[in-house]
Ligand binder design. Structure first.
Ligand SMILES: C[S@@+](CC[C@H](N)C(=O)[O-])C[C@H]1O[C@@H](n2cnc3c(N)ncnc32)[C@H](O)[C@@H]1O
Length: 260
């Protein structure tokens, strides 16, 4: 008897941004292993499952990756329907590929259910289209976690040629901005720092690349996940707001005797 493992994307945080297929897998699950950034509100769908938190946040120790592999494999060998629930999309900077390889090597049947990645959702919810005719025909998503990973990518991208989306880049935003400015990106290039996107704590800073390093973090979003965007597209929310203000009907002069 062999169970089955579903690697499922939970979306960026808003419990309504999970897919129907993900909800169906949670409803049928015996065991759910979930990551730190998964909203507790999506776990309500896993009514009959045991749910275990196996995530780690900002350097805090979590369950080792090899232990997660072993837990998935052992539960499937006991015939369980297992959901491995990850924030966003399981294959975007989420180590989902490693888990698929471990399951494949152990001969465990499995599937991947994509999720709405924060790399797309955070900009979209802030009104930033990652591509826009005349501004950017493409975008790159990179991890800001380890300098040896992001620096070669930034050095390979010609300044201003695409939209950059950096996950796990909050702590290194000073080094990331400095690397882009040194590489020749204009200091006035629009940039955004998007915190806790799609959640009630969501906050956004929009400004020039030269201000990204010192962008203030509101106290209520300390410790929240952040997505950085750099590129001309990050100016779209300001342009849209200016157009909306210009299109708003002018206030009518108040008639004599009218109450305020
Ligand atoms: C380990 S990566 C996983 C990314 C995930 N697989 C995805 O597709 O969104 C975690 C990073 O995603 C970003 N992130 C996740 N949720 C976010 C949110 N609600 N708002 C902004 N960024 C978020 C942050 O950069 C965070 O450090």
């Amino acid at each position: 008897l062999s169970g089955f493992v579903s690697l499922v994307g939970a979306g960026p945080g808003d419990p309504e941004l999970i897919t129907l297929k993900a909800v169906r897998r949670l409803e049928a699950a015996d065991l759910v292993l979930y990551d730190a950034l998964v909203s507790g509100e999506v776990l309500v769908h896993a009514r009959r499952a045991h749910c275990f938190h196996v995530g780690k946040r900002s350097g805090a120790p979590g369950v080792k990756q090899e232990t997660i592999h072993r837990m998935l494999i052992e539960a499937a060998r006991q015939g369980k329907r297992v959901v491995r629930l990850k924030c966003g999309d399981p294959f975007v900077l989420g180590r989902g590929g490693e888990e698929v390889l471990a399951l494949a090597a152990a001969g465990i049947p499995h599937e991947v259910i994509p999720g709405v990645s924060s790399a797309l959702a955070a900009p979209a919810l802030a009104g930033i289209p990652l591509t826009h005719r005349g501004l950017a025909s493409g975008f790159a998503v990179l991890s800001g976690h380890a300098e040896e990973a992001w620096r070669p990518i930034l050095e390979a991208v010609a300044p201003g040629t695409l939209s950059l989306v950096v996950l796990m880049g909050l702590a290194a935003r000073r080094e990331l901005s400095a690397a882009l400015l040194t590489r020749g990106w204009a200091p006035e290039t629009p940039a955004a720092l998007l915190l806790a996107a799609s959640t009630p704590r969501a906050a956004a800073w929009l400004g020039p690349l030269s201000g990204l390093a010192a962008a203030p973090i509101p106290a209520e979003t300390r410790g929240a996940p952040a997505t950085l965007v750099v590129g001309a597209v990050a100016d779209l929310p300001a342009r849209a707001a200016a157009l909306a203000a210009a299109a708003a009907p002018a206030a009518l002069p108040r008639a004599a005797g009218q109450c305020a």
